[in-house]
Design a protein around this ligand. Structure first.
Ligand code: FAD
Length: 373
């Protein structure tokens, strides 16, 4: 008999298992996929660690989260500096002086501010202070050029709807940087674990029995006999057999290929901001590990790229992102009430129906284990 049955071997389940072990508790972890790691799983190919479920950059402002992962693995100094491509034009992100120089040829913050102020003023005069949709909101916040080249098509692809049909609250603010700083994140710490994320998960699960290719629902009766308590990190609505109806998610589709070249795009991430191009970004995985070192670690003459396509979600598809609008949040509250009465612990992004970055998941799992164990 185990103390805990952990359903799902993503980051939440892994941190829970590691903390339970420290407290002398035994866990059995089951995973329906053929590998551990959930969406942060990385798999080696041609000497490159492939981010199988989308690019993952660890970034945090929390000393505790940073110290926690650094106990288990070493991180490189990868800094996220994505590039946006619109037609044949390339722009640095986040919006900074490099972006403004490429857009308008301006060389000083003063010149850039003048153009942004003129374009946002024009939008505000036309629209007023209460934007009716995402398009109007973005025009008020960023002005016409940035909206049309860098926001419109990308956002429409991501949400599968036109910007005029999307609510304005999706974009609350758009930070501009009036310096030549291409670092996407403002956090104090960021990087990629050397060797990928899978070794981190393996270390967290050391000493815990893990059964892969095992769906909880298909083996529920037998599994429940094996443990005192259950920690569930799958979809909370699925756990309760969608009794109040399904929550909504967005899905993704990944197409990965090996190319016979050393360097395809010179950046780990290039966003394609035109609506007509069906994918949102191309990921070139080797740059996550070779960034900054300029030392080739992968096989010569090979690179691996992934096209990422946004996709609508329906029952049975992989649920990548919760859609936290008012309707879904209200529905989640109903499931949360059932969860409270069930005696089962729900954790992680699917168990709590919340978009969590990796550091949030770690902090949440640590808080939960402190409270539970
Ligand atoms: C495309 C994308 C990019 C991201 N990029 C970043 C980033 O750059 N930086 C960052 O900090 N965060 C990023 N994230 C968020 C990050 O992926 C999550 O914070 C983290 O993976 C959540 O871990 P989890 O354990 O909660 O969930 P998951 O990783 O989803 O783990 C849940 C596990 O449970 C398993 N499971 C579900 N149901 C069952 C069942 N019935 N039986 C058995 N097993 C089951 C699933 O197969 C899965 O392995 C990104 C997310 C996505 C989707």
């Amino acid at each position: 008999m185990f103390d805990y049955l952990i359903v799902g071997t993503g980051l939440y389940g892994a941190v829970f298992a590691a903390e339970a072990k420290k407290k002398g508790k035994s866990c059995l972890a089951v995973e329906r996929r053929r590998h551990i790691g959930g969406n942060i799983y990385t798999e080696e190919s041609h000497g490159i660690n492939i981010h199988k479920y989308g690019p993952h950059i660890f970034h945090t402002d929390s000393d505790e989260a940073w110290d926690y992962v650094n106990q288990y693995v070493r991180f490189n100094r990868y800094t996220n500096t994505p590039v946006a491509r619109y037609g044949d034009e390339l722009f640095n992100l986040p919006f900074n002086m490099n972006t403004f120089h490429s857009l308008w040829g301006v060389k000083t913050p003063g010149e850039a501010k003048k153009i942004i102020e003129a374009q946002t003023r024009e939008a505000r005069d036309r629209i007023g202070d209460t934007p009716a949709n995402l398009e109007e909101q973005a025009l008020i916040l960023a002005g016409k050029d940035i909206y049309e080249k860098l926001i419109k098509g990308y956002t429409e692809k991501q949400w599968g709807r036109r910007a005029t049909e999307l609510p304005s609250f999706i974009i609350k603010r758009l930070p501009f940087r009036f310096s030549f700083d291409n670092n996407y994140f403002n956090d104090r710490y960021q990087g990629i674990p050397i060797g990928g994320y899978t070794p981190l998960i393996e270390k967290l699960f050391e000493g815990t029995e893990v059964r892969l290719d095992t769906d909880f629902f298909e083996n529920k009766e037998e599994l429940l006999k094996e443990a005192e308590r259950v920690v569930f990190t799958g979809q909370i609505d699925a756990y309760f057999d969608f009794c109040y109806g399904p929550l909504e998610y967005r899905s993704l589709r990944f197409e990965t290929e090996v190319l016979d070249t050393d360097n395809f795009q010179g950046s780990a991430i290039v966003n394609y901001t035109e609506y007509e191009i069906p994918y949102t970004r191309i990921i070139e995985h080797k740059h996550f590990e070779e960034f900054g070192s300029y030392e080739r670690k992968s096989e010569a003459g090979k690179t691996v790229i992934t096209h990422e396509y946004p996709a609508a979600w329906k029952k049975g598809d992989e649920p990548y992102y919760p859609v936290n609008n008012d309707t879904n949040n209200a529905l989640y509250e109903k499931y949360k009430k059932l969860a409270g009465e069930s005696g089962v612990f729900f954790g992680g992004r699917l168990g709590k129906y919340k978009y969590y970055d990796m550091d949030d998941v770690i902090m949440d799992a640590l808080a939960d284990t402190r409270a539970i164990l």
